[in-house]
Write a protein of this length. Structure first.
Length: 85
């Protein structure tokens, strides 16, 4: 999948689907303005990880537990209404 240039709070970021090492499903590199999502993810899990990493980008001070809970809930609702990525 191609790289995507996205806007996060008025700043251009790179969203890339690529192979990640270890058990990581995604990474938000705040200093580099880059989000990486494992390219082998699919379905609702992929949507949840994209949302999770975007939440880190938009709200870098938000606690991990809050990011995880919000991403899971948002992904579930968006999946129910037909949003796919």
């Amino acid at each position: 999948m191609a790289d995507h240039k996205i806007d996060v709070n008025g700043v251009e970021w790179l969203l890339r689907f690529s192979r990640l090492r270890g058990k990581a499903r995604g990474w938000c590199h705040y200093d580099k303005k880059k989000i990486l999502v494992h390219n082998r993810l699919s379905g609702e899990e992929r949507l949840e990880v994209v949302i999770h990493e975007l939440l880190h980008a938009f709200f870098p001070d938000l606690a991990e537990e809050s990011v995880t809970n919000a991403a899971e809930g948002i992904a579930k609702v968006l999946w129910q209404i037909g949003v796919r990525c």
